[in-house]
Ligand binder design. Structure first.
Ligand code: ZN
Ligand code: ZN
Length: 275
């Protein structure tokens, strides 16, 4: 069993064949999918998909690309929608200083505000950080993000950054780019991150893993990412699937997450392996 901890099923790329995509994910052993509505116009659709599929949950928030669109009406709607039991995190929020689709000062302000919102709603956060590591870490610390915890999705920092994030109660989510030929540096970092802190994701329709690189990504392909991570961590695929699934269930607080397992998985991750 696998979990795709981050996909965008509400995006137009899935409009035509969403049910087939979900079916293929199930057939590949993907038990749960977390679909991320990144802007106000996508929230209802993301929630609709989650509400009509027992195996799909939603994550709602305003992506740094869309930070400039936030107005007085945005947060009240977000809060209202997040109160439903199908929303398991607030995200993706953060900073994108690579594309800079919103001005940087606005990205910083809206990131701070949404961490506050997540603390208020008692939801974990899903962080998008591209080429803004230092600023993102400063904000996570100053806004007491350890109180809500969450996930650094599509992780692109170094090992030191991963370590600080994990110490703050965050999980590190690995996308399909780990399978790319030129990702040797990334693989070296993942090798050192404890298994107990790792998740796998597709970020579908983006970041398609090998051997499908160049095509549309979809949740069933999370298997290829998981296979690569298992290889890097030198553990059997089944073990990787089991631990990353338990990690995702813990961070998203899925209600059918068994008590015995909860106790076992609540042990603090250890840095002694691979450090
Ligand atoms: Zn992202
Ligand atoms: Zn995403």
């Amino acid at each position: 069993m696998l979990i795709d901890s981050h996909a965008h099923l509400e995006m137009p790329e899935f409009k035509k064949d969403l049910e087939a995509v979900i079916q293929r994910a199930k057939q590949s052993g993907v038990e749960y999918i977390f679909t991320v509505g990144t802007e106000r116009k996508d929230w209802k659709r993301a929630l609709e998909i989650a509400n009509s599929h027992p195996s799909i949950y939603a994550i709602l928030g305003v992506h740094p690309h869309n930070a400039k669109e936030i107005d007085d009406g945005t947060y009240p709607i977000l809060k209202e929608l997040c109160r439903g039991g199908k929303v398991k995190a607030l995200g993706e929020i953060g900073l994108d200083f690579f594309r800079n689709l919103s001005p940087r000062d606005i990205q910083l302000k809206r990131f701070r505000e949404q961490i506050g919102l997540a603390r208020e709603l008692r939801l974990p956060i899903v962080v998008h950080d591209r080429e803004a590591h230092q600023e993102a870490m400063e904000i996570l610390k100053s806004e007491r993000a350890e109180e809500c915890g969450g996930i650094i999705h599509c992780f692109s920092g170094n090992y030191e950054m991963a370590k600080v994030c994990i110490e703050m109660g965050f999980y590190i989510s690995i996308p399909g780019s780990i399978t790319f030929k030129n990702a040797e540096g990334f693989r070296e970092i993942v090798k050192k991150i404890p298994l107990e802190s790792l998740l796998v994701e597709t970020d579908a329709p983006f970041l398609t893993p090998e051997p499908f690189r160049g095509k549309r990504n979809e949740p069933s392909y999370v298997r290829y990412t998981a296979q690569k991570v298992a290889e890097i961590k030198k553990v059997p695929f089944e073990k990787l699937a089991e631990v990353t699934t338990a990690n995702a269930m813990r961070v998203y607080k899925l209600k059918d997450f068994g008590k015995g397992e909860e106790a076992r998985m609540s042990e603090a991750p250890s840095f002694t392996v691979g450090e």
